[in-house]
Design a binder for this molecule. Sequence first.
Ligand code: ZN
Length: 141
Amino acid sequence: MAAIPGLRVFLSSVHGYGVRATHAFKEGDLMADIEGVVRREGEQWDDRYTLRITDSLWLDMVDQTRWINHSCTANAEVDLGVDEHGAPWAKLYAWRDIAAGEEVTWDYEFPASLAEPCSCGSAKCRGWIVREEELSLVLPR
Ligand SMILES: [Zn+2]
């Protein structure tokens, strides 16, 4: 598989592998058309690197985007949906300007039922990897 231009996997200080930008991105730039393998309800797979597209459809990320870490103050965002043929899609966009060399992060926004303690290091860290509006459901840490 061809590597996505501008994104490079590295050993992150945040958590395990991470991804950093090898060139600058502008706010709103499409950074990656995420490649993934479609997974359906009832299947068994390692779901740690999976995007939930609908209640019964997931996309198991198989390109560099798989290694992008969560941050409570992310610099990128993932937009996703299902196309007219029923196939899931996901795209990574720059949430703000990103400098070359900067770690790329997105806010995983887990539902409260899947919340995990967060150690992203952001000054605005919520303490949990969870949707902001569901934070009250997992407090106090
Ligand atoms: Zn955090």
